[in-house]
Write a protein that binds this ligand. Sequence first.
Ligand SMILES: [Ca+2]
Ligand SMILES: [Ca+2]
Length: 267
Amino acid sequence: MIHPSRFFRLPSGVVVLATMALVATAQAAPVQVTVTVENLAPANSIAFAPLHLGFHQGVFDAFNAGQAASPGIVSVAEGGSGTVWQADFAAAQPNATRGVIGGALLPGQSRSAVFTVDPSLNRYFSFASMVIPSNDYFIGNDSPTEYGLFDANGQLQINAINLTAGDIWNAGSEAFSVAGAAFLVNGNNDLRTDENGVVGLRFAPLSGFNGETTAAGYVFDSQLSAGTSIYRIGFAVAAVPEPQTYVLMAAALLTLAGLGRRRAARV
Ligand SMILES: [Ca+2]
Ligand SMILES: [Ca+2]
């Protein structure tokens, strides 16, 4: 006689797979967040280097107004690469969803990218991008908890972040000059003079570039006042299917089916 318990004894791998499938189903579903950036500045005014962004737990703090710029923010504000910003972000928050929306964003242009985010884990949004032309100007959030994109239930709380010229920061790391400015035909981004200053809001000196030809070919004309809209980051959320759940369940079922066939052969 076959003992009844044989029918319920499964290889440990099957139990693990079945458990993982159940856990994946029970967790809050990740969502797809479409981030759209728009350069709202007047024609022939400022452009922007690629936007560095991350969804996180509210820990990574890239800079503080009134203090010297961190190497991370300097990597954004002087040249736009953001390599140190990204590395520091990854070190501070290994579970964050980080990314870049690439390419220079000229006045009137927009660009989108989709990110898969766990809203229950990474509810805060941070960003940084160089303002061009400039020596060390950027946009970004000082407080890591300034933008709580999702509430505790994973519901989207912010449809868009709207920035004006009054939100532009001077990193305080490189002195203002045409000769050392990025994105100008007459500028060389490799030339720089230490400013030895601190991070502070500043946009008015950008008019010092008026009349200079940009790398994009247009002649720069700032036209900015504190209330001028310059940049918009929009958010749209959609559910994503959870293919990993189905893959795990299918694997478990296939293993069970194989087990059944082997047992049938033995009888
Ligand atoms: Ca800060
Ligand atoms: Ca500066």
